[in-house]
Write a protein that binds this ligand. Structure first.
Ligand code: ADP
Ligand code: MG
Length: 355
């Protein structure tokens, strides 16, 4: 199940990028773009995304629905359909240049050293196979296990993901599992090969609130115990605060800010990050209503030529009509005309007047 469905090739956009000198880094993605379709109908779903992930750390990728979080990770996994064109300047994983390696070499990494938990576990499990068969396939294929070793490891994995009554779940089919149990099976499959990087794509979105907390606790425990790096994709800033160290905020296919927790909560540098924070109910206690940005994420047909947030941004200036620079901040980078725009007193007043 973790095998790429379609192994979309990634094309170099530059010959300069593929250095392996950043050894503490586990994954270094530079300027990754994904375009769906061709010609006038071409739609750039991911635009120049750069992400760095160090070994054993958790990075959260946040942004509202449609901001390109899943497509970025699916591009890395080679899971996009043939209508997608993926380009990147650099994709180095574990000191290996993924752009120059053969499809066979990539298949050896994907599903083994990098694995992914998908948004909707129920629909990702094969309905015709039992839990035992689905887990067994991963163990046979990637680890070459056979016979009794497969059985032993399956049970070990189910116990590791705290599957209730694990022994009696081996022969059951996905439709006999609850949402939380399905997610536990997905997690067991994803960690079966002890990956160096686990991508958890909205791992709790489809679950009840109480089960959400259990699954997040489980993922966080496994991440620490196994020293796995993890990309936690979420639109829930509460999960970010509890579970990650680094944060990348995406808007309309672009990373607009990278920072760390708690800095991003105390001092967001990008107006979009600030707006996301102002929309968290827990942080808005005492306010009559939640603040939100006017308007919607630009579609394929109404993308502004400059800053993509500018039609909705309370800080908009004439300089925003051209693509903004990427500036350094004390804890990361921001894609804006000013690295400190949300802290200017005059701008705070502007925001107040718009609310
Ligand atoms: P999210 O941040 O919610 O995970 P996605 O990465 O799924 O967002 O999607 C980013 C954009 O790419 C969206 O506008 C989505 O409609 C578009 N998209 C995703 N998959 C495809 C596809 N297979 N073909 C065309 N457009 C797609
Ligand atoms: Mg998604």
């Amino acid at each position: 199940m973790t095998e790429p469905l379609i192994n979309t090739p990634i094309t170099h956009t530059s010959m300069n990028g593929a250095s392996t000198k950043d050894s503490p880094l586990l994954l270094d993605i530079e300027n990754l773009s994904v375009t769906f379709g061709q010609g006038v109908r071409a739609f750039r779903a991911v635009d120049d995304v750069s992400l760095k992930i160090t070994q054993g750390e958790v990075i959260a990728v946040v942004g509202e629905s449609g901001s390109g979080k899943s497509v970025t990770m699916m591009a890395l996994m080679g899971l996009l359909p043939p209508s997608a064109t993926v380009r990147a300047q650099r994709v180095v994983f574990d000191n290996k240049d993924m752009l120059s390696m053969s499809a066979k070499e990539r298949r050896g990494i994907i599903g083994k050293d990098i694995s992914m938990i998908f948004q909707n576990a129920m629909s990702c499990l094969n309905p015709s196979f039992t839990v035992e068969m689905q887990l067994g396939e991963v163990l046979r294929k990637h680890l070459g296990l056979r016979g009794a070793a497969v059985q032993t490891r399956i049970l070990e994995l189910l116990e590791l993901v705290e599957m209730p009554d694990a022994k009696n779940r081996l022969k059951v089919y996905p439709h006999q599992l609850s949402g939380g149990m399905s997610q536990r099976v997905m997690i067991a499959m994803a960690i079966a090969c002890e990956p160096k990087l686990l991508i958890a794509d909205e791992p709790t979105t489809a679950l009840d609130v109480t089960v959400q907390a259990q699954i997040m606790d489980l993922l966080s425990r496994l991440q620490r115990e196994k020293q796995m790096a993890m990309v936690l994709i979420t639109h829930d800033l509460g999960l970010v605060a509890q579970n990650s160290r680094d944060v990348a905020v995406m808007y309309a296919g672009q990373v607009v800010e990278t920072s760390t927790v708690p800095e991003i909560f105390q001092k967001p540098a990008h107006p979009y990050t600030e707006a996301l924070l102002q929309a968290i109910p827990e942080l808005a206690i005492g306010q009559d209503r939640l603040n939100s940005l006017p308007g919607v994420v630009p579609s394929q047909y109404d993308r502004p030529s400059g800053c993509l947030l500018s039609p909705r941004c309370p800080y908009k200036e004439s300089a925003c009509e051209v693509p903004p620079p990427i500036l350094d901040t004390p804890t990361g980078k921001v894609r804006c005309i000013d690295s400190n725009i949300t802290s200017h007193p005059s701008h705070a007043a502007t925001l107040e007047s718009q609310i």
